[in-house]
Ligand binder design. Structure first.
Ligand code: ATP
Length: 300
């Protein structure tokens, strides 16, 4: 095989509960991931060495050296296989960069699947999941797709079957937010308030809403412990959240570490109307619609 193409989705966290800071620098989380239909494409072409190029709207913000998570994934896979394999990776970027939608993790997951195929390794999914966990907390879910509850630092996944399709509008803010910076701000806000971080618990009402496909119930339970920190760092996000509420969203929240904000809609047409309204908001660079859950990366 001389070339393999995979599509890999973005995610939104419908519940992100952040527990105490651990000794290893991570937080214990309950992270309910939901894969949505905004896709990066990762192509792996035969090559002597591992290289990457990036095309698309967000390309100029993505490193094309060893800092690229897709390159790190390909290298980790070659190391696991015990051979100096090469691949020329081409990423067509549609997932906003540093937007809290795990685009880098998506590309890493895409590279694992594409290179496993290109190099004819035939590694089982469980092996890819293990390599993914070493690459980053969000990479295992990016490989899995669908909807899943993540515990630990988010990498221990339990799949959650959902009872229907959910429709979303996303407001992509100008500029990114660094995930470590948002976690540090969350710790600082808690310390300033003298508040102990509670042990994170899955919200049973939210899980039930996902299982039954009940969008109004899900909208009412959307929750993100990183939201106050993202708002402290980017106060203009409050205006975007208010715009979504005013436009009749079933619920809205900052996605992961932000600054993208996600709004749940009643149906596809409602999602389009929400996106139109959000794109009028001054700090919204672009508004997108998507549905979820969608599958993780598979070779085409
Ligand atoms: P998360 O939701 O997992 O916190 P994010 O969506 O906020 O992640 P990413 O888009 O994954 O953020 O990118 C974070 C940083 O990682 C970027 O600023 C970029 O420099 C770097 N990066 C490395 N590889 C990639 C890649 N393939 N795509 C996007 N960013 C990448």
């Amino acid at each position: 095989m001389s070339s393999v193409t995979v599509r890999v989705p973005a995610k939104v966290n419908v519940q992100l509960s952040v527990g105490p800071l651990r000794e290893d620098g991570y937080h214990d989380l309950v992270n309910v991931f939901h894969a949505v239909s905004i896709f990066d494409e990762v192509v792996a072409n035969e090559s002597e060495s591992i290289t990457v190029s990036v095309v698309g709207e967000w390309a100029d913000q993505v490193p094309v050296d060893d800092g690229n998570l897709a390159v790190q994934a390909a290298r980790a896979l070659a190391k696991h296989a015990g051979r100096a394999y090469g691949a020329d990776l081409v990423i067509r970027k549609a997932i906003p960069v540093a937007g809290g939608m795990a685009g880098g993790s998506a590309d890493a997951a895409g590279a694992l699947v594409a290179c496993n195929e290109l190099w004819g390794l035939g590694l089982p999914f469980e092996d890819l999941l293990e390599i993914a966990g070493d690459l980053g907390s969000d990479v295992p879910f990016a490989l899995l797709g669908g909807t899943a509850v993540g515990t630990g630092r988010g990498e221990q996944l339990s799949e959650l079957p959902t009872g229907g399709v959910f429709h979303w509008a996303f407001a992509v803010a100008d500029g990114g937010l660094s995930t470590p910076r948002v976690y540090a701000e969350c710790d600082a806000l808690r310390a300033a308030a003298g508040a102990e971080a509670p042990w994170p618990q899955a919200d049973e009402a939210l899980l039930a809403a996902l299982r039954t496909g009940d969008a109004p119930a899900l909208g009412a339970r959307l929750a993100n412990d990183l939201q106050p920190a993202a708002l402290a760092l980017r106060p203009e996000l409050a205006g975007i959240l208010a715009a979504g509420r005013d436009a009749g969203a079933l619920g809205g929240l900052v996605s992961g570490s932000g600054p993208t904000c996600a709004f749940l809609a009643a149906d596809e047409e409602h999602a389009r109307r929400l996106a139109d309204a959000l794109s009028e908001s001054p700090s919204c660079r672009t508004a997108l619609t998507a549905h979820g859950p969608v599958s993780g990366p598979r070779p085409a």
